[in-house]
Design a protein around this ligand. Structure first.
Ligand code: SF4
Length: 210
């Protein structure tokens, strides 16, 4: 079965799929995205409402007291390096971008704590600009098991997914794979017996399943 057919199954299975971090402007998304690395989305979303009330502009973060900001986000993993990245990134926003989050891949990946995955997420969800596919751990794991790639490097996987799927699917695809990865195609062991793709999935690399 073609990858596009599997995508149809996933769309049917997860009709309400959506981006998972809460934000109301590009700066909030930048900060939440930096916080979300190796952290649970629910914990980030529980932490950001108070944070976004306290720090409203890039200048607020750029001038923040490092220990205080680390403490403000200490419910998420690795608060110290993340606070450092948020302050450093916002200093660049203030110095180079008039306090605004830039909308280009080149400028975004210059910000500390922002790699291609985060830049793609910011461009798609804050600016409506889709230039690539967000490749996170769920996308890496599920697209590998589905046989869509043999790569393990996120940038190579992104390029392959961009070739497999039309551009109009690039934004929704990682949301669907994340939902599927959480529901059944879990790490370390997938629940293939309950999977909507069970009959068509090659289960590449799967040695044990439930
Ligand atoms: S059949 Fe198993 S390995 Fe394949 S997508 Fe479903 S849960 Fe994942």
């Amino acid at each position: 079965m073609q990858p596009q057919d599997a995508l149809k199954f996933l769309k049917k299975e997860y009709p309400k799929t959506k981006y998972y971090l809460n934000f109301s402007n590009p700066l909030e998304l930048l900060v939440a995205a930096i916080m979300s690395a190796q952290a649970r989305d629910a914990v980030v979303n529980a932490t950001t409402p108070n944070l976004f009330k306290k720090y409203r502009t890039a200048k607020d973060y750029a001038n923040a007291d490092f220990s205080e900001l680390s403490n403000d986000i200490n419910a998420v993993n690795f608060p110290v390096p993340k606070a450092k990245n948020i302050i450093a990134a916002c200093k660049i926003l203030v110095e180079k971008h008039g306090g605004k989050v830039p909308a280009s891949m080149e400028e975004l990946i210059e910000l500390p704590g922002v790699g291609r995955k985060t830049a793609n997420a910011i461009m798609q969800n804050a600016f409506g600009r889709t230039e690539g596919v967000v490749v996170d751990t769920h996308v890496i794991r599920v697209s590998y098991r589905l046989g869509w790639t043999k790569q393990t490097n996120p940038e190579k996987i992104e390029r392959e997914l961009m070739q497999l799927f039309p551009k109009k699917e690039w934004k929704k695809l990682p949301h669907l794979l994340k939902d599927h990865g959480r529901a059944v195609c879990r790490a370390p062991m997938p629940v293939c017996s309950r999977c909507t793709l069970g009959k068509i999935c090659p289960r590449q690399g799967v040695t044990k399943s439930l």
